[in-house]
Design a binder for this molecule. Structure first.
Ligand code: AMP
Ligand code: MN
Ligand code: MN
Ligand code: MN
Length: 304
């Protein structure tokens, strides 16, 4: 088992097509690929449109694709990400929540546009309108600021403009952890806390987050991802045991330009921890069955 369960496409703030994701996942020998764009399933819809249903394909698959999403949540004023691996991505309650999240994204980008205009920078709105993305993110605004020569790189664009204390920072009124988890459950999914070490939290606060996530119905957390140092990983494995959360893994792939978050680039779950691996979850095989198989034939026909 070598699944990458956290990836992005150009339907949110990734820069690659779903075809790139498929061909690269096959080339790297991944067993499963979950597409988990921010607050949208447009990329999943595209994959589903062009890949036959799993039970339809006779030959052994090169790769199994799973439906997923990454939902931005508010937890005590902090933005927390919850990944959902989904059995029925079109479930109405999930779609209602994602619609609300998209509306919040549109409103926030309009507010960022106004703040930038007040600082003498115009044109964000039309730049965003030209993008293929279904989910507008601050990452797109950062790209715009770099492309227009206002910032040297994305890091600086976040620091000067888009991050907290930036000149054009706008908070988003994201849904709560429990709203996200409930919506994922309504889609037969497993809720996974994304990249727990990346939040600006003390050890105590991180434990409080995991406790609240578990109470909200969360069932797993990521314990292996890019740039996770061994001490932080050890701590995450302890916390997973303490809060009885299963283990997930994923690259958080966004772009082929960033080699440190290449597809499949994270340590595999240790054999000793396999009993806690997310693929042991009772819902996993249903999510897998609802996924799509990639074969030589389907890949050959898959559009660019
Ligand atoms: P949003 O969901 O609109 O708040 O956008 C957040 C996205 O921007 C994240 O998912 C990251 O992909 C990206 N991001 C956040 N902080 C930074 C940063 N400091 N540098 C580059 N990208 C970032
Ligand atoms: Mn992102
Ligand atoms: Mn995230
Ligand atoms: Mn992500």
């Amino acid at each position: 088992m070598y699944p990458d369960l956290h990836t992005h496409s150009l339907y949110s703030d990734g820069s690659e097509t779903t075809r790139y994701l498929l061909t690269t996942a096959v080339a790297k020998g991944l067993s499963h690929l979950a597409l988990t764009d921010h607050d949208c399933i447009s990329g999943v819809r595209e994959l589903w449109q062009h890949l036959p249903e799993a039970h339809d394909s006779a030959s052994t698959p090169l790769l199994t694709v799973l439906a997923g999403v990454e939902i931005s949540c508010d937890w005590n004023g902090l933005e927390i990400h919850v990944v959902g691996l989904l059995e029925t991505p079109e479930a109405p309650a999930l779609q209602t929540l994602l619609g609300e999240q998209q509306q919040r994204r549109v409103e926030r980008m309009a507010a960022i546009d106004s703040k930038l205009a007040a600082a003498g920078i115009t044109g964000l709105g039309s730049a965003l309108a030209a993008l293929p993305a279904a989910a507008l993110t601050r990452s797109h605004a950062a790209d715009f600021l770099v492309a227009q020569g206002h910032c040297k790189n994305k890091e600086k664009a976040f620091k000067s403009y888009l991050a907290k204390r930036g000149k054009a920072y706008v908070a988003a009124a994201w849904c709560s952890l429990s709203e996200a988890v409930k919506a994922i459950e309504s889609a037969g999914g497993i809720a996974v806390l994304a990249h727990p070490s990346r939040y600006p939290l003390t050890r105590r606060k991180l434990a409080a987050l995991l406790s609240d996530f578990k109470l909200a119905g969360g069932e797993a957390m990521e314990v292996s991802y890019a740039n996770l140092d061994p001490n932080a990983k050890k701590r995450l494995l302890e916390l997973a045991a303490e809060f009885d959360l299963m283990h997930s893994c994923g690259s958080d792939f966004h772009t082929a330009q960033a080699s440190w978050t290449a597809l499949g680039k994270f340590p595999k779950l240790e054999p000793s921890a396999i009993k806690n691996a997310i693929w042991q979850h009772p819902k996993w095989h249903l999510i897998e069955q609802a996924g799509r198989h990639v074969t030589e034939a389907s890949l050959a026909k898959y559009p660019d």
